[in-house]
Design a protein around this ligand. Structure first.
Ligand code: GLN
Length: 212
């Protein structure tokens, strides 16, 4: 595709800037999304890590809840940690509202508290096209239930820690806090594939039909 791909990062709260750097390094033109109009023209969006309860609140305050939900139905997304919690269908410990895009059940803070943060080498599955990577876990959620339409890209100690369902990706670890660009590269390739399929698809499949 000619030019840089416009990709958003939800910038209401949390670990925004490390994603900006990684996205720029994989060739995106990054837009920090704080208002509904910032979603205009984007090819995908990252929902970063941070504090999901605060993000929920700010999504409502900034009138982004409905526009973001609509955007996520048609464009690729990557939810990281708190962002993955926002994408899930069901959230526990404690339960809270979510955007409900992915068939996953997440349990918040299930890998321990801030002091229990750790970095580990992950186990890739056959669905992951590249080398394995390191994951940084900070008050990370566990994906305790994963639906049939969801495929796992990485495990840690036998548990899914990065999953994909259609246009959505969710990681319980922080790929933006290691040097590897692999996850951001995977995500931007997804955005690029989607963007290319819209531009090459016939804008109106009924255009050749004459209607009297
Ligand atoms: N525990 C946080 C939450 O529930 C997520 C932590 C993170 O994003 N690193 O929102």
């Amino acid at each position: 595709m000619a030019g840089k791909l416009p990709v958003g990062i939800l910038a209401l709260q949390g670990a925004v800037e490390p994603h900006v750097r990684h996205l720029e390094r994989v060739g995106a033109e990054v837009v920090r999304v704080r208002k509904p109009e910032h979603l205009q023209g984007l090819c995908g969006i990252i929902l970063p890590g941070g504090e999901s309860t605060t993000m929920l609140h700010l999504l409502h305050v900034n009138q982004l809840w409905e526009p973001l939900k609509a955007f996520l139905q048609s464009k690729p997304s990557l939810g990281v940690c708190a962002g993955a919690i926002l994408l899930a269908k069901a959230v526990s410990h404690p339960a809270q509202e979510s955007l409900g895009l992915m068939d996953i059940h997440v349990e918040r803070n299930a890998f321990g508290r801030q002091v229990d943060s750790f970095e580990a080498t992950l186990d890739k599955t056959d669905h992951w096209p590249g080398e394995t990577i390191e994951g940084v876990f900070i008050r990370a959620p566990r994906f305790t239930g994963v639906g049939d339409r969801t495929r796992t890209l990485f495990h840690y100690k036998g548990e899914p820690v990065m999953v994909e369902q259609g246009k959505c990706l969710a990681a319980s670890f922080h790929p933006e806090l290691t040097e590897s660009l692999a996850v951001h590269h995977y995500f931007i390739t997804k955005c690029e594939t989607e963007a290319t399929s819209w531009t090459t698809a016939s804008p109106n499949p009924f255009a050749s039909l004459s209607v009297n």
